[in-house]
Design a protein around this ligand. Structure first.
Ligand SMILES: [Zn+2]
Length: 187
């Protein structure tokens, strides 16, 4: 199984695991911590699960995303936007049926953020072009900062100072995973 396929499988498994986290958090809160205050239990379980999913998602994809300032700031902004959106979904629902809003707030916020990250984290056409450019030659770039290491006789980046073995350097070139997808699609 390729690393990319393993990652996609882990992404698929995230939602059932998140459901389990929610249930366990709810049970513990309901029985021990919040003493059967159902609405608060819904809300806090949702927040615990949102934190779990956020951490899981970032860890899962961190090496596939080209991190730059707009993406980092955007991901935080997206979280704030998702909270507002979750509130806008939850509030009318709570007026409809008391407690329902507290139940929906966490999941709605989490889904909004996840969907947003897919659009924010995917490569732009310009990034794709430069990635294909870099691949078509023999250039190597620093996985940490993107500095072009072609022609250097050492595996230490002069720009950011990170050292690599040749294997690490080759394995972490941007676009390697995308080329796996592209080859699979062509086959
Ligand atoms: Zn570097």
């Amino acid at each position: 199984m390729s690393r990319l396929l393993a990652r996609i499988m882990l992404a698929v498994f995230m939602l059932p695991v998140a459901a389990l986290v929610w249930i366990v958090a709810f049970m513990v809160l309901y029985e021990d911590v919040l003493r059967r205050r159902e609405e608060q239990c819904f809300l806090v379980s949702g927040l615990v699960t949102a934190a779990f999913v956020g951490g899981y998602w970032v860890l899962l994809w961190r090496r596939s995303v080209r991190w730059n300032a707009p993406r980092v700031v955007g991901s935080v902004g997206l979280a704030l936007g998702a909270v507002v959106l979750g509130g806008l979904v939850a509030w009318p629902m709570d007026r409809l049926e008391s407690g329902f809003g507290s139940l929906l707030f966490g999941p709605a916020t989490t889904f909004a953020w996840l969907v947003g990250t897919v659009f924010l984290w995917r490569e732009t056409p310009g990034e794709r072009a430069s990635r294909l450019d870099a691949r078509s030659g023999t250039s190597l770039v620093c996985p940490a900062c993107g500095y072009n290491l072609t022609g250097l006789d050492q595996a230490t980046c002069p720009e950011c100072g990170v050292s690599y073995t040749i294997d690490e350097l080759l394995a972490s070139q941007p676009g390697r995973e995308d080329s796996e997808i592209e080859r699979a699609a062509a086959a």
